[in-house]
Each structure stands twice: as C-alpha cells, then as structure tokens.
Design a protein around this ligand. Structure first.
Ligand code: HEC
Ligand code: CU
Length: 361
C-alpha cells in the first residue's frame, strides 16, 4: 500500500494464508491519493488481474468541498484471446512481459463508465476525479475531451497545477483533477494514447445536464461535409489470428453478442444510442434507410459505403470503412441494431450475410 510508511508498504505484515486473518496498523503521515495493490508473487500477474485500488489520505481538515466526486482507476489487461474475443479469457504472461495490452480500461471493464453507467454532473457544478493507474505496465495520459482541468494535484500529491489539458499518471500512481462544468453535453474521458480509448476500452463518459451558455460554446454556426476517413472506402485490417466466434443459439444470444460488436466496432461513428453525428455519421436509431432494405444494410457493413444517401430526411455524403467481420458477427451486430432504438426487430442470420457476400462483384 503506497499510503504506508514501513517496509514493503505493509506487504509482509498483511501476508496471510487463506482462511486466516492478520492485523497491523500504520499512520497516515502524508496526505495524498495512493495506489494499493497485491504484492504476492508473481506480483505482475496479480496486478494485471486487477488486484489494486486507491486510498485517499485527506489533509487535516479535509479537501475543499466540491459538488461531485468520482473514482476512476485505469488498468491494462493481457488475455490469451485477442481484444473482443468472447468467453472467459486466461491471463497471457508473454503479452504482459512484452507490454502488449489487449485491453486498457477504466474501473475494470470495457464500458464501465459509458451509456447508463456514465458519471454525471449539472452545469455549474464542480467535479473532482480521483484517478489512479494500476498498470501494471502502461502510463496514462488522462484527458476529458471538451474540458480543461482547473486544478490537478500532480501525481496525487500536494503540488497543484492549473489549466491542464492532459495529465500524466504513472503506473502505480494517481492524480486528483478538478474542474467546473460550464456547458451541457457528453464529455468523453480517455487515455489520450488514443488507440487505447477507441480500440482497447479506455473510454468513459461524463454527462452534464443544464442550460446552454452560447457565449462559452456557440454550437454549430456553419455546416459543411466532413470526410472522416478520407475520400474513398478503406477496409479495417482483419484480425489474422482471431478464432471463430461462438455461434449464437438464440435471438437473445445473437443480440447480446451483437451489442458487444457494436460497442467495439460501430459505436465510435454511429454513437452509443445509434444517434449518429449530424452531417458526418447517419443515425442507425429509427433509420428509415436501414429499415427499408436489410440486404442493402448487410452490403454496407460488408463493403463499406460512400456517396450521397438520405437517412430520415437528412443527406449524408461521407465514407464508411468496410468492416472485416465474419458472417456470424455481421448477423449478430445487425440483429442487435435492428432490435434497438425503435428499429423493426428483424433477425439477420449468417446465411443471409453469406448470400449477400456471395453476390458481391
Ligand atoms: C468509420 C466510421 C464508421 C464505422 C466504424 C461504421 N460506420 Fe456505418 N456509416 C458510416 C458512414 C459515414 C455512413 C454513410 C456513408 C455515406 O455517406 O455513403 C454509414 C452508413 C451506415 C448505414 C446506412 C445508413 C443508415 O444510417 O442506416 C448502416 C446500416 C451502417 N452504417 C451500419 C454500420 C454498422 C452495423 C457498423 C458496425 C459494424 C458501422 N456502420 C460502422 C460510418 C461508419
Ligand atoms: Cu507498488
């Protein structure tokens, strides 16, 4: 326990056999935010399995009052299967030694702070985040998109930096960040080593409700067409060693598996509730375009899409990357999309996908 002054941070004094209990005491001499973690051999393996957390030692009299306080702990995970592979995943020692993380997550899992689990605040409130990094390997470049930290207790200690965009949190270290929320919206919390956020799970959300303040943030004033992926369709690289996904035995299983694929693959563009982003990514929620033609939708996921389309009366002229997914995965993700957000609840089967794939030039 990094909050402990004493040999091993209390490791030997707290070492205990299963079914037994030990007691030791320590004095909190230094205020700050401290990581604790398992230190039983093999130490790295135990940390990589998530055996860590935070101890806050408040200064005499406590920290200044804020409106909202939240705990966020980052960690990197190393699994036998590749990112997103379903089923219970054993720890992969070699990947951990090589520091090749399959997942980088907040609070123990992908999606632990998104959607319904987002942290919240109201316009005008002050927010304090106690942010730790369990590691075992990676250093976090902690950032909230669309916010600037008014104050950062650097490394969880007493030194305060002001007006910070990204703060570095060492493996086994922490930081306390504070900011006032001035405008409403969803603010995305990331490790700014950005592939970790969009491809490995280090992504959370802060949802702020309240009145707009157009002098601080005007919203859109001019609208053009944004080509997020360049001018032509690109393909996602295929996961060469991915094992065949488990076959869904029921619609419920198909929907559950599809939800996972959605949150890994489609979410970054089409957004959490399928609402899309105006003039860049069309909505999948209540999409007339989607509901009109299932084979066309299958074709879009298989081959990508470019050129002008009209979805719910709005024109889009952008580029969707071709998704490198198996027939089963495309069936699952589209069944999930059709089952969600007011769509027509159509099951898509691997056979339907295979037929469209076969018909492609
Ligand atoms: C890189 C961003 C991106 C990703 C990832 C992405 N899409 Fe799209 N998607 C788009 C864009 C852009 C369009 C509109 C293309 C155009 O203008 O021709 C689109 C169009 C669509 C459409 C037809 C329009 C509509 O709203 O009904 C469907 C269906 C669709 N996407 C499904 C998916 C599914 C399912 C996934 C995940 C497997 C996915 N997309 C992943 C960007 C993306
Ligand atoms: Cu330590």
């Amino acid at each position: 326990m990094h909050a402990v002054t004493g040999p091993g941070g209390g490791a030997a004094s707290s070492f205990v056999a299963p079914g037994h209990e030990v007691t030791f005491s320590f004095q909190t001499l230094n205020p700050g935010l401290y990581v604790y973690h398992c230190a039983t051999a093999p130490v790295g393996m135990h940390i990589a399995n998530g055996m860590y957390g935070l101890i806050l030692v408040e200064p005499a009299g406590g920290l200044p009052k804020v409106d909202k306080e939240y705990y966020i702990m980052q960690g990197d995970l190393y699994t036998a299967g590749a990112n997103g592979q379903p089923g219970l995943q054993p720890f992969d020692m070699q990947k951990a030694v090589d520091e090749k993380a399959d997942y980088v997550v907040f609070n123990g899992s992908v999606g632990s702070l998104t959607g319904d689990k987002a942290i919240t605040a109201k316009v005008g409130e002050t927010v304090r985040l106690y942010v730790g990094n369990g590691g075992p390997n990676l250093v976090s470049s902690f950032h909230v998109i669309g916010e600037i930290f008014d104050k950062v207790h650097i490394e969880g200690g007493e030194l305060i930096n002001k007006n910070v965009q990204v703060t570095l949190i060492p493996a086994g270290g922490a930081a306390i960040v504070e900011f006032k929320v001035d405008v409403p919206g969803t603010f995305i919390i990331v490790d700014h080593s950005i592939f970790r956020a969009f491809n490995k799970g280090a992504l959370g959300m802060l949802k702020v409700e309240g009145a707009e303040n157009k002098t601080i943030y005007s919203g859109k004033q001019v609208e053009g067409i944004y080509h997020p992926e360049g001018g032509s369709i690109q393909a996602m690289p295929s996961a060469g060693n991915a094992l065949a996904p488990i076959k869904a035995a029921s619609i419920a299983e198909r929907i559950a598996a599809g939800k996972q694929i959605y949150s890994q693959t489609c979410f970054a563009c089409h957004q959490g509730a399928g609402q899309g982003i105006a003039s860049a990514f069309p909505p999948l929620a209540k999409s007339d375009y989607l509901n009109e033609d299932v084979n066309r939708a299958i074709g879009i996921v298989l081959n990508g899409k470019t050129g002008e389309i009209t979805v719910n009366g709005k024109k889009f002229n952008s580029v969707m990357t071709a998704q490198t997914l198996t027939d089963e995965e495309i069936a699952n993700v589209l069944t999930y999309v059709y089952d969600s957000w007011g769509n027509k609840k159509q099951e898509v089967t691997p056979a339907m996908v295979s037929k469209v794939r076969g018909g492609r030039k």
